[in-house]
Design a protein around this ligand. Sequence first.
Ligand SMILES: Cc1cc2nc3c(=O)[nH]c(=O)nc-3n(C[C@H](O)[C@H](O)[C@H](O)COP(=O)(O)O)c2cc1C
Length: 352
Amino acid sequence: MPSVTRPDGFSIGPIRIDPPLLLAPMEDVSSLPFRLLAKRIARPGLMFTEFVSAMAIHYGAQKTFKKMRIHPDERPLGIQIFGGDPEIMAQTARIAEEMGADLVDINMGCWVPKVCKTGSGAALLKDPDTAARIVDAVVRSVKVPVTVKVRAGWDWSLFAAPDLARRFQDAGAQMITLHARFAKQGFEGEANWDLIRAMRDAVRVPLVGNGDVKTAADARRMLDETGCDGVMVGRAAISNPWQLAQIRAGVTGEPAPALPTIEERVAVSIEHAELQVAYEAGVETFGEARDRSDFADAEVRAIRSLRGQLPLYIKGEVGAAQLRARLTNANTVDEVREILDGFLDSLRAPVG
Ligand SMILES: Cc1cc2nc3c(=O)[nH]c(=O)nc-3n(C[C@H](O)[C@H](O)[C@H](O)COP(=O)(O)O)c2cc1C
């Protein structure tokens, strides 16, 4: 089937999403530092914050407010919020708008028990009336567009997303993203893209497909086979914004960019570590962070928060597996740099 998707994107209200490639919201991953790097390297058409708890904002949790910080270079950006109470969600959406969100996205896909047991995330797929009331309340509370990210339904017995999406559209939602798995699946099995195709005619608003896009060819195939307007990528981009850039080429039809050298991977991983320290310290640059009295605490918090991500930057390289434990135990940028510089030296050392 020839593609009908426009490689130059689509619009959500006044916002142009070009290219139609979206970086997924990912808890503890899509923080400001990673988004800035992903934007510079892959230039996706839209990115999102990790999900922000409406309840935590309601109770004034400073750590949660920080997740809503936005840098002008990353626009357009959606702040994603989750919660089960329409009024508290509406309040949080207003705060997200004040923080500068270009749009507010509502999470109805998170399947983990700590979220679902509060009636939030994917639990809303089982409660269409509350779900629709939340969308309605959020839409009424802000001027920016409101979008919703769903899974196909709670379990296989009910493909709830098409009916829900129609109701959300009627309530004013301006884009729907479908992660093509049921909540009960967690991340098991493969995403079923037939569900995206089956959703296509359910809504007039842009439909974004999500689930298991790992390569440029996957992205092209998702666009061609499902008729979705855009592709959202999550796991393939973690510690690998260059893969997101490859996928971008699949979406736009542009030539694939050169793959990064190992030196580039290392340099960006160290930059990520430095930006994360700045983020934890509440400033823009590592230099500013170093001047603060709480630098040491911020640095340890930042480097620990990247424990899972730093080793992935060099995954697959000879000798990378042996460095994993050392990177995981690092507490400072200097330690990270020393480990990675040593790794580069070992690659350059003559063999034998
Ligand atoms: C580490 C991690 C954190 C995630 N956090 C969120 C989140 O905060 N909000 C959300 O809507 N989805 C979240 N997701 C789901 C992703 O946005 C996406 O729907 C899912 O990973 C499927 O896409 P993929 O196959 O491209 O990874 C998360 C996924 C991962 C792997």
